[in-house]
Ligand binder design. Structure first.
Ligand SMILES: [Fe+2]
Length: 317
């Protein structure tokens, strides 16, 4: 079919929300794909380089030490978008984790079950170069430069696996509830609790770097959350802004805390270390099994039908 005059040609390349390859895979309901590397356009490659270069100083100043070590191990280059195979050659021997290409959104049980198998669902598209800063969808910069360096740390990697265990516990519990209405009600609450916990740790977590009074604010906290590590503006805001409240990480608060994704976070939670993070994720599973996540506060995030369905269809052990 010929395009009408003035209709823009479909964008080529692997630009987020405008990648025909991804649209077609989604139309076929594919979730796991290969990284179609040859489809990246010159613009896509240039966008990657600009994103990576402008973050260097920010990372040196605000990122957690383990993140910086991970970044060093992965040897990301501004010259080109990384091949996931190459990343995995560095990553897998360290913690067993691999980056696995996906078409985009992965229903939450499948996502967390991947973590349990030490596979990280990784977006292969890259944001439009005209909008470097804000993007509601993940892209390869967020996933590979924001998340993957953390996966080189054994304690952090173990905490991700515990998220997967937690999801399996929720699916197992739900399958034992006969009353359909009650099953869905509890599962919705459990999924909401896990999403909030994931958001305030893996995506937007801060870590204590020095005791209060011993350093100025810039040095008291470091960033380990990937949403912050992939945001040029928010990484500095999270550490420096007096408008951000930074609280110690308490499960009871975190699982009841709503969040919105379309503006900088006004409230962040602080863990002491990755061993601490691992402990609290393990504790989350205990809370789940004890029924303490069955009535968390309503509100954001919304639990999608597809997320519920993924838990109900789970093949758990
Ligand atoms: Fe993320």
């Amino acid at each position: 079919m010929a395009l009408a005059p003035n209709t823009p040609a479909p964008a080529a390349g692997l630009t987020t929300t405008a990648a025909p390859f991804i649209e077609e895979a989604r139309a076929h309901r594919e979730i796991y794909i290969h990284q179609p590397y040859e489809l990246y356009s010159e613009d896509n490659q240039a966008t990657w380089g600009r994103l990576l270069v402008r973050m260097q100083d920010r990372w040196m100043r605000y990122a957690n030490r383990r993140y910086l070590e991970g970044l060093d191990k992965l040897q990301l280059s501004p010259a080109r978008i990384p091949h996931l195979d190459e990343i995995n050659r560095f990553l897998q021997p360290l913690t067993g984790f691999v980056a696995r290409a996906v078409t985009g959104y992965v229903p939450s049980y499948l996502f967390l079950d991947c973590l349990r198998r030490r596979e990280f669902p990784t977006t292969v598209t890259i944001r439009d170069g005209a909008h470097l800063e804000y993007l509601p969808e993940p892209d390869i910069f967020h996933d590979v430069a924001g998340h993957v360096p953390m996966h080189t740390d054994p304690a952090f990697a173990a905490a991700l696996v515990r998220f997967g265990d937690c999801a399996a516990a929720a699916a197992r519990r739900a399958s034992a509830i006969a009353d359909q209405h009650e099953k869905l009600r509890r599962l919705t609450s459990n999924i909401r609790a896990m999403s909030r916990f994931f958001w305030f740790s893996v995506e937007f977590g801060l870590m204590r770097a020095a005791p209060a009074g011993e350093a100025d604010d810039r040095d008291r906290f470091k960033v380990y959350g990937s949403g912050l590590l992939s945001s040029f503006g928010e990484i500095a805001h999270a550490i420096k802004s007096p408008k951000v409240e930074r609280r110690p990480f308490e499960i009871a608060q975190v699982v009841n805390q709503t969040f919105e994704i379309d503006h900088y976070q006004p409230l962040l939670f602080v863990v002491d270390s990755f061993d601490h993070l691992f402990e609290v994720v393990s504790e989350l599973e205990q809370w789940m099994l004890a029924g303490k996540l069955d009535d968390v506060a309503p509100g954001e995030p919304e639990v999608k039908e597809a997320d519920l369905a993924s838990f109900l269809a789970a093949k758990h052990d």
